[in-house]
Design a protein around this ligand. Structure first.
Ligand code: XUL
Length: 520
């Protein structure tokens, strides 16, 4: 049995697979907002951050881990797990002092993780991927390297606000003492992997590439980027490694408290998107993955190294080896939820009612679908921009707004993924909103490509379980054939008669976007 965990923005999920029978035997989740209300983070982060800051409490992730394992131990026999791997929301960072490793080694089962590890935090909160506070630091790093293009060439991305390097630099500038007390910096992924392993373990190439610190050609920390980010940074990071590297046995805390076998081993954790690439069975060319989550992401295996000329897209390590490209859209389900709440609709209205009722209006009205700052394209939007019929703009025909929001999200995705130039035999759709047939059909129509969905709702945790199996020596592509099949009846073909309409809408969307980006 192989266990995959995914610590995402809003929840911690476990997927347990049996490689022999080809079945998922257990799936469980802890919701940060719902299950841990004491952290005051209904959407997984501390609300009300100033100047673009979005932080989360890392102790919440530890409490979630204890709670998830308590539930798992009741639901299943954890002594059968051979190997654990996992993934985390990308870019978020955890800052630890010199006592972290000794506290990990001495964990006592009579107390919880959060109480025992809290004293080793050298920074009380963790900036996460939604943070946009580091514009100045991005500019400083780019200037030190001789320009944005140089940072992109080395690390696969221009210096990006949410990426960990600029976030570390901001911490160093705002709290030099706190930075000096920090002996180890982890990503969300490597932090949780370290807790499980009972010792600090490396960051993997998949998640490490989201830091603006990893040299893609050398697959090691880049000395120029380290120097441009903060002093002595190299000493605070372990050398990066491949996700399938085995770290040793699971910590005794989990053996004694939750019934893991002492022989159970742990592999590295990776980013949620690289893990999702594995879990969606998309580690070979021809597949594009669109993940509809808190953020929406668009990713695919890279045919060759290529970077986004506009600086919005990224190159990350593929946990199966090689590289992947990724584009992240901040206004994902948070925007869908914002419009739903504004119009007082329930979820079904996004699908059955709203999209079905407005089929005739495909591509007619336009919405720049941004309820807050966006990262692709990078801009401080405060509310959506509407262009179209009077009933649409005034909101007297709410279904038209639902259609335009969703069309706007996928037109924006189509526009900003053109640079990748990847072969799209099929789009594999995942994430909460992917279950929605209306949304899935819209993706097929706007991209004019077939869309498939898998049975599994948490592709990152499934991907992590498959990475655990691969680390144990199992054949990854054979397992993907079994676990990553499209669900029966889930495939949708594009409506070819809409191709021209959406080509035209794409042009108008681009014009509206460019006009708004040049305002200000
Ligand atoms: C990717 C990104 C998000 C997070 C949260 O660059 O910022 O997708 O990984 O899921």
């Amino acid at each position: 049995m192989f266990l995959g965990l995914d610590s995402s923005t809003q929840s911690l999920t476990a997927v347990l697979i049996d490689a022999e029978t080809g079945r998922i035997t257990c799936q469980l989740s802890v919701s940060f907002g719902g299950d841990l209300p004491q952290y005051g983070s209904p959407s997984g982060f501390i609300p009300g951050g100033k100047n673009g800051e979005v932080h989360a409490n890392p102790l919440m992730w530890l409490d979630a881990l204890d709670l998830l394992f308590t539930r798992l131990a009741t639901a299943t026999d954890l002594s059968k797990v051979n190997m654990i791997a996992g993934s985390g929301q990308q870019h978020g960072s955890v800052y630890l002092d010199s006592t972290f490793d000794s506290r990990l080694a001495a964990l006592d089962v009579s107390a919880d993780l959060a109480t025992q590890l809290a004293p080793s935090l050298s920074r009380a909160s963790s900036p996460i991927w939604m943070d946009t506070s580091t514009g100045a630091e991005c500019a400083e790093i780019a200037a030190a390297l001789g320009g944005a293009a140089e940072v992109c060439l080395k690390s696969g991305s221009t210096a990006v606000e949410r990426f960990t390097g600029p976030q570390i630099r901001r911490f160093y500038k705002c709290d030099p003492e706190g930075y000096q007390n920090t002996c180890r910096i982890h990503l969300v992924s490597s932090f949780i992997a370290s807790v499980l392993a009972g010792t600090s373990v490396p960051i993997d190439f998949g998640d490490g590439a989201g830091m603006n610190l990893l040299s893609l050609s050398k697959l090691g920390w880049d000395t120029d980027l380290l120097a441009a980010t903060a002093p002595d940074l190299g000493a605070k990071l372990l050398p990066p490694a491949l996700a399938t590297s085995i770290q040793g046995n699971v910590s005794g805390y989990f053996v004694r408290k939750f019934g893991f076998s002492p022989a159970c081993r742990t592999a590295l954790f990776t980013g949620d998107n690289p893990a999702s690439l594995v879990g969606m069975g998309a580690t070979a060319p021809g597949n594009v993955v669109i993940s509809l989550g808190t953020s929406d992401t668009f990713f695919a295996v890279m045919p060759g190294p290529k970077t986004d000329p506009n600086g919005y897209g990224h190159v990350f390590g593929n946990p199966a080896g090689g590289f992947m490209s990724l584009i992240c859209f901040r206004n994902g389900s948070l925007a869908r939820e914002a419009l739903r709440d504004k119009l007082g609709l329930d979820w079904s209205a996004f699908d059955r009612d709203a999209l079905a009722a407005t089929r005739e209006a495909a591509g007619e009205n336009l919405m720049l679908p941004f309820f807050g700052p966006e990262i692709t394209p990078r801009h401080d939007f405060t509310q959506p921009v509407l262009e179209g019929s009077a009933g649409f703009k005034s909101g007297t025909e709410p279904a038209l707004q639902v259609r335009a929001l969703l069309e706007g999200q996928f037109l924006n995705m189509r526009l900003h993924s053109q640079w990748m130039d990847v072969k799209t035999d099929r789009i594999r759709l995942t994430g909460g909103a992917s279950k929605n047939d209306g949304i899935a059909q819209l993706v097929a129509d706007i991209f004019q490509a077939p869309v498939e969905r898998l049975d599994v709702s948490n592709s990152a945790a499934l991907g992590a379980a498959l990475i655990a199996a691969a680390a144990d020596g199992q054949d990854l592509s054979a397992l993907q054939e079994i676990f990553c099949k499209a669900a029966t009846g889930s495939s949708l073909q594009p409506d070819l008669s809409l191709a021209d309409k959406y080509d035209d809408a794409l042009g108008r969307f681009q014009t509206l976007l460019n006009t708004n980006l040049s305002l200000k």
